[in-house]
Design a protein around this ligand. Structure first.
Ligand SMILES: Nc1nc2c(c(=O)[nH]1)N[C@H]1C(S)=C(S)[C@@H](COP(=O)(O)OP(=O)(O)OC[C@H]3O[C@@H](n4cnc5c(=O)[nH]c(N)nc54)[C@H](O)[C@@H]3O)O[C@H]1N2
Ligand SMILES: Nc1nc2c(c(=O)[nH]1)N[C@H]1C(S)=C(S)[C@@H](COP(=O)(O)OP(=O)(O)OC[C@H]3O[C@@H](n4cnc5c(=O)[nH]c(N)nc54)[C@H](O)[C@@H]3O)O[C@H]1N2
Ligand code: SF4
Ligand SMILES: [Mo]
Length: 888
């Protein structure tokens, strides 16, 4: 047992698939602090900006604390009976396939296990799918095609041991920051290590790259086909491994060799010199790890991309040995756990296959269940189509926000709205999805819930409870089990999450005998005490073993019947979907300090300060041709929908492409749900949506007035053509645009910022320019200020935000606000770079001017970058920019 000193609790970060260990401490007065767990093998004490800010996101603001039926508070019994009744009725009237669950990689393994068991074993349908369909399903499909099982062969240590790390379709610095830190530290210690980043954009991850290949969108299949053909012609090919452990090499190589160099340069958009450089590096470096994430998975050729990568590792026998292998980086904290329990509509349970009659019979016998699904259920995109056309009569959405995150999001919203019965289990009361729930069930959030998660390297860790359950909120597994019981099924009488894990572990070992990769039989039947003390461990962990066997496939032993891996002969896809009307390619993804649909990171002012507004990254020449100016607003349009966001003109973007983050929703911006533009196009093998290659048009969004405002109270239903809201300092900030003047701006402010009657504004108006500034004070406190102009407002944002917590007893300070300028004694800190210490760009520039020309020196001077390190790449960028400017 690992030593835990109360009141410190060892738990796991609920954000990304790195799965960092966290120590949460609850002080006597209830305040929570978090720090990295130095003992946890994923992070050894490190945390990124999101992990470091966890304590800021666990307050009860906005939480749903009681079950609700049609918006009114209800008792659990009434709500559960209603849900069980409606699901049973639909099944009786229309059959088991008329109901569906849409769940999430943010569920704990125990929640997921019960949901899957209920649907596949008792309801007898496989209509359970998950947001992992949008995330990992191409990797799952690629693994299963190649290995016969969904196995990640390697471990994080391999990334440090490699001499070449290829990162393709991964913005590691922002999305898996602690792995990035481990990689950056390994490279600093061993500078001969090489890093290649393959991404159409020049991301922050390129900061540590020796080579950045700005591949054309979806040029990956061709690139890795070219690599395979190159490897086959040289000394790196491992004919013994190919002959002993694989099948299908000849056909695969024949397909790859059919591409000429001209085809390759055309399809990848890369010059021959860069291709040769990459091929040579890969050929001459034995220890190579290829990490990939959504730039690979979220594509209409996602599964082929995965196999094109794996083909190169199989052909060189570089798999499952220290420092070698393909490495799928998982997104969500429990993407991997969800795959273990079989949470996808085309999987069964414990890595057994739905299409295998023997597996079905085995699982049914183990569950002693009345039924077993015998055909794949609806995959996410098809599931919402079935909701739209009325085939699904009752839908339960748990721990995911599909109105924001599904492609064709407006159509998904319409489908949910039209569905006869919708249950949503969430932690928040108001999300774009919960507002369509007939029954809203309050779930436990991080810190309150208790169970296990599995990270990208197959390591199972405990998430432990350290906060009391608020209100009537209950665990997700409990909700599912209650419905199972109330539908009349035996097999859901779990006393706690420990019982569920014990059963899940037993199923993994049940009649396994080495035939399945996923085996954690060592923990079969685990009791509550051992479960509570469970230390992080990597699977497989069969009965009788106590040490980790950390890698797979160095000596073959794949999970196809003949124990051989398969090469997959892939073909390069059609990758350009643009046309005259929609001439640009929209790419979507993540930013450093926000998590998905903002329901959690949006609560933290520090995290919201890094990038406070939705944006579209566009190349300067495209911007010029389209009449788009930096800091102006742009409208994006596809045949499916529209969005309005801020223009970010940057050479990091490739010509012809735009990048928009996936995070903003209708709680935080007027029209920035970017998935409204993404068509429901999916990969033919995995069903994963192609979220990164969408044909769009983009044009300037003309406004009569632009505004920026700060407010102590949360702005209410802003009446504006464009608005984007973010937590800031002790209050809120909001960016605004209006087509025309609203006339009475004072009244507009009173309504939007909830200004009490009797408080009169201090104002400034320039009728010539149209500039207007209004500020409302209550005694010495600033309640709200609005800055308006005919051009995008130039006021120093972070200075203005600071004024919300400053004292304004001094009248001169009040005038500084309506002047829209910091006084000489209050320098503007600039846009936030380091969110741990809230250090702005201007302070960093001042330190650089003062002689701090390394990241370390800036850190000594300002503290920036000295905690989680997530901003170190940006600091280095600012230093380079200043030095370049100085040299001009
Ligand atoms: N800060 C933060 N971290 C997160 C998350 C978050 O919301 N915020 N979410 C987590 C989750 S669930 C996930 S799935 C992961 C995702 O982690 P990542 O996959 O690293 O993140 P993305 O930004 O979605 O996409 C990665 C990159 O793919 C590139 N790309 C686009 N098209 C192509 C292409 O055709 N080929 C190649 N090679 N690259 C392409 C994009 O430009 C982008 O930089 O992040 C996890 N970590
Ligand atoms: N265009 C585009 N779209 C994308 C992507 C992209 O790159 N581009 N990425 C896709 C990917 S990889 C992913 S993973 C998805 C993520 O998309 P979502 O899963 O929709 O995003 P989240 O915001 O994480 O939604 C989680 C929801 O669960 C709630 N919640 C949090 N904790 C709990 C809990 O313990 N129990 C319950 N019941 N609820 C809880 C939160 O309040 C929130 O409403 O988005 C996908 N969509
Ligand atoms: S890298 Fe950051 S977000 Fe991911 S698990 Fe670690 S602390 Fe959490
Ligand atoms: Mo994801």
């Amino acid at each position: 047992m690992r030593a835990t000193i109360p009141p410190d609790v060892q738990t796991t970060c609920p954000y990304c698939g790195v799965g960092c260990g966290v120590i949460a401490t609850v002080a006597d007065h209830g305040a929570v602090t978090v720090k990295g767990d130095p003992e946890h093998p994923a992070n050894f004490g490190r945390l990124c900006s999101k992990g470091s800010a966890l304590a800021e996101t666990i307050d009860l603001e906005g939480r749903v604390l009681f079950p609700e039926i049609g918006g009114r508070q209800a008792e659990w019994d009434e709500a559960l009976d209603l849900v069980a009744g409606k699901f049973s009725q639909a099944i009786t009237d229309h059959g088991p396939d008329s109901v569906a669950f849409y769940v999430s990689g943010q569920l704990l393994t125990e929640d997921y296990y019960v949901a899957n068991k209920l649907m596949k074993g008792f309801i007898g349908s496989a209509n359970i799918d998950t947001n992992s369909r949008l995330c990992m399903s191409s990797s799952v499909a690629g693994h299963r095609r190649a290995f016969g099982s969904d196995t990640v062969p390697g471990t994080y240590e391999d990334i440090e041991l490699a001499d070449l790390v290829v990162l393709t379709g991964s913005n590691l610095a922002w999305c898996h920051p602690v792995i990035y830190q481990r990689l950056a530290a390994a490279k600093a210690a061993r500078p001969s290590m090489k890093i290649v980043v393959i991404d159409p954009r020049r991301t922050m991850t390129c900061d540590i790259a020796d080579l950045h290949l700005a591949v054309r969108p979806d040029g990956d299949v061709a690139l890795f086909m070219g690599l395979l053909a190159h490897l086959a012609a040289g000394p790196a090919i491992d004919r013994t491994y190919i002959g002993t452990h694989t099948q299908g090499f000849a056909e695969t190589l024949a397909a790859a060799s059919a591409l000429s160099l001209a085809d390759l340069t055309e399809r990848t958009g890369l010059p021959a010199m860069e291709l040769r450089e990459f091929f040579r590096l890969f050929e001459t470096t034995e220890k190579v790890v290829t990490c990939y994430s959504q730039g690979v998975n979220q594509s209409s050729s996602g599964t082929d991309k995965v196999n094109a990568i794996i083909n190169c590792h199989l052909a060189t026998g570089r798999i499952g040995r220290p420092g070698m292998g393909p490495f799928s980086l998982t997104g969500q904290p429990n993407a991997m756990g969800g795959r273990e329990v079989g949470g996808l509509a085309n999987m069964l349970a414990a890595h057994m296959a739905l299409e295998n009659a023997g597996d079905r019979e085995r699982v049914q016998r183990f569950w002693a269940s009345p039924a077993i699904a015998d055909k794949p259920g609806l995959k996410a995109v098809d599931m919402f189509h079935a909701v739209a056309d009325g085939r699904v009569k009752a839908l339960w959405i748990m721990a995911t926000n599909p109105v924001v995150s599904m492609p064709d999001a407006d159509a998904v919203e319409a489908a949910i709205r039209a569905c006869p019965f919708v249950v949503v289990s969430d932690v928040l009361k108001d999300t774009d999805t919960t507002r369509h729930a007939h029954v809203l069930l309050p779930s436990l959030g991080w810190g309150e819930k208790d169970g296990t998660v599995t990270n990208s390297e197959r390591r199972i860790s405990r998430q432990r409870q350290f906060l009391a359950a608020p209100g009537e909120a209950r665990p997700d597994w409990w909700q599912m089990a209650e419905i199972g019981r109330r539908m009349g099924f035996a097999g859901f009488d779990y006393r706690s999450q420990a019982d569920i894990f014990a059963e899940h572990a037993a199923l993994s070992a049940f009649e396994n005998g080495g035939s399945r990769d996923f085996d954690i039989g060592a923990h079969a039947g685990i009791d509550r005490k051992d479960y509570d003390a469970l230390a992080p461990f990597q699977w497989p962990r069969p009965a009788g073993s106590s040490s980790d066997r950390t890698r797979f496939f160095a000596d073959g032993g794949f999970y196809h019947m003949d124990r051989k891996a398969r090469f997959i002969a892939v073909q390069p896809p059609v990758s350009d979907h643009t046309n005259e009307k929609y001439p640009l390619t929209l790419n979507t993804g993540r930013i450093r300090d926000h998590w998905h649909t903002l329901t959690r990171t949006g609560k933290s002012a520090r995290l919201s300060g890094h990038i406070a507004e939705p944006f579209a990254e566009i190349h300067p020449r495209d911007a010029m041709e389209l009449g788009i100016r930096g800091a102006g607003l742009v409208e994006l349009e596809s045949p499916h929908g529209k969005a309005v966001v801020r223009a970010l003109v940057t050479e990091r973007q490739a010509r012809g492409n735009v990048f928009v983050p996936m995070h903003w929703n209708e709680q935080f911006a007027s029209r920035a749900r970017i998935d409204a533009l993404v068509p429901p196009v999916t990969d033919p093998h995995s069903g994963q949506p192609a979220s990164k290659n969408v044909a769009v048009a983009i044009r300037p969004f003309k406004a009569g007035f632009y505004g920026f405002a700060i407010s102590a109270a949360k702005p209410v239903a802003p009446q504006a053509q464009y608005w984007a809201l973010a937590k800031a300092g002790g209050g809120w900030r909001i960016e605004l645009a209006f087509d025309d003047t609203v006339g009475d701006w004072t009244a507009w402010c009173r309504e939007t910022f909830s200004i009490p009657a009797g408080i009169e504004p201090l104002g400034y108006a320039d009728h010539q320019t149209g500039d207007l500034r209004l500020a409302f004070f209550d005694e010495g406190t600033l309640l709200a200020a609005l800055f308006l102009a005919r051009e995008p407002v130039a006021v120093a944002r972070n200075w203005a935000i600071g004024q919300l917590s400053a004292s304004h007893s001094d009248l001169r300070k009040r005038f500084a606000i309506v002047a829209g300028r910091p006084g000489a004694d209050q320098p503007d800190p600039g846009a936030t770079v380091c969110s741990c210490f809230s250090v702005g760009a201007n302070r960093i520039i001042a330190a650089i001017r003062g002689g701090a020309v390394s990241v370390e020196a800036v850190g000594r001077e300002t503290n920036a970058g000295t905690n989680c390190g997530s901003c170190r790449a940006e600091i280095r960028g600012i230093i380079d920019g200043c030095l370049a400017a100085a040299a001009e």
